[in-house]
Design a protein around this ligand. Structure first.
Ligand code: APR
Length: 247
């Protein structure tokens, strides 16, 4: 990455009235959580059709062991990395209005970020498909799968969006409202391949805003949409950028 691009991107951030970050799985790779696509991606090992809502409801005994292995055992051990802390520092200095994340790992909050919109939900909660009650995941034992609802014995589902399931209208509304106020959007660790989440940067762009992308590999944003493309690992590039902004 040329220092020229870094310096210009930092200048845009310093002068920005309202900056948001749109993040995806790539920002958590250096915390030990694999991405969904690309080398070592989850979808190159597991069939995403297993994580379709109706399939899950018909075959909970088959799907729950995978949910535990992929989303609970792995995420449970993960810690925020320098990229998460860099966004938290930007917010602490009043230079980041909020993060719209597709991630369900809770690492932005663990790194100290306050304004986080979890567009695809979170592994930190579960909801019973029968009585509709919510539970904090740490209170639910995964020794027995599927874990029975503590209230009615029904089927518990992690509170993140499965394929074939809509995004929560509340978080969609709040995230969209925030994006409409932004004049700069940082795109970090996502190719925006899943909709409607992937549209967030376009909301900013279409209103005259500036897009600063940090990704390891080229994405659909890189050469047609992003104004700045700082290629590389988020754990390296984002702290570099934030240091350049905050001095
Ligand atoms: N640093 C920065 N970017 C990285 C890194 C890294 N260390 N490693 C990978 N990336 C980038 C890749 O370039 C890629 O663009 O992160 C992106 C990962 O893409 P995906 O795995 O598709 O992740 P994401 O875009 O968040 O997926 C969106 O798809 O399966 C659904 O619901 C799931 O929220 C997820 C959605």
């Amino acid at each position: 990455m040329s220092n020229h691009a870094l310096e210009n991107a930092a200048k845009v951030l310093r002068e920005s009235r309202c900056t948001i970050a749109f993040t995806g799985a790539g920002i958590s790779v250096e915390s030990g959580i694999p991405p969904f696509r690309g080398p070592g991606g989850v979808w190159s090992k597991y069939d995403p059709a297993m994580f379709e809502k109706h399939y899950f409801k018909r075959h909970p005994d088959e799907v729950w062991p995978l949910l535990k292995k992929i989303f609970y055992d792995m995420i449970g051990k993960a810690e925020p990395n320098p990229a998460h802390y860099a966004l938290s520092e930007l917010e602490d200095h009043g230079k980041l209005a909020g993060i719209i994340t597709q991630n369900i790992d809770g690492l932005h909050q663990q790194a100290g970020s306050q304004q986080v919109y979890e567009y695809h939900g979170s592994t930190r909660r579960m909801q019973c498909m029968d009585c509709r009650l919510y539970f904090d995941s740490p209170t639910i034992s995964l020794d027995r799968l599927p874990p029975p609802c503590p209230a009615c014995g029904g089927l518990l589902k992690p509170d993140f969006v499965f394929f074939g399931e809509g995004v929560s209208s509340d978080v969609h509304y709040e995230a969209t409202a925030l994006a409409k106020q932004a004049d700069v959007c940082l795109i970090v660790g996502t190719g925006g391949e899943v909709m409607p989440a992937g549209r967030i940067p376009y909301i900013v762009k279409n209103r005259g805003g500036t897009l600063i992308e940090i990704n390891l590999y080229d994405t659909g944003y890189s050469y047609s949409t992003s104004d700045y493309y700082l290629q590389g690992k988020a754990g390296t590039r984002l702290p570099e950028l934030v240091r350049e902004v905050l001095g």
